[in-house]
Design a protein around this ligand. Structure first.
Ligand code: SF4
Ligand code: SF4
Length: 94
């Protein structure tokens, strides 16, 4: 018997995705140790992940499409679930 994996279908994998979700605005709402050089501040002092001119988060490795600060990634990134409707929606957009 195959045990189904919750909300994950074989064709929706981070390994076959160009990190679509790493183009979204990611607010930093808890301290997970994101390095200073990857943080953007708004006029009220709010913190988000810095995005570069190509649209992706500055912490993304442009060749491997892997997160270079995985252990320190923001809470929102940890909660973004592969195979979820948000994930599928972002993949559709690119
Ligand atoms: S979570 Fe979804 S959108 Fe984000 S990299 Fe993985 S497959 Fe792509
Ligand atoms: S911190 Fe990592 S997982 Fe989060 S948006 Fe940036 S590259 Fe993607």
């Amino acid at each position: 018997m195959t045990i189904p994996v919750k909300n994950v279908t074989p064709e929706v994998l981070c390994s076959n995705c160009r990190a679509c979700c790493c183009r979204l605005e990611v607010m930093i709402i808890t301290d997970t140790g994101v390095p200073e050089e990857h943080i953007a501040y708004d006029q009220w002092g709010g913190e988000t992940m810095l995005r570069l001119d190509d649209g992706w988060c500055s912490a993304l490795d442009r060749e491997t499409f892997m997160c270079t600060i995985y252990e320190n990634r923001p809470w929102i990134c940890r909660e973004f679930e592969m195979g979820s409707w948000e994930c599928k929606d972002e993949r559709k957009g690119l």
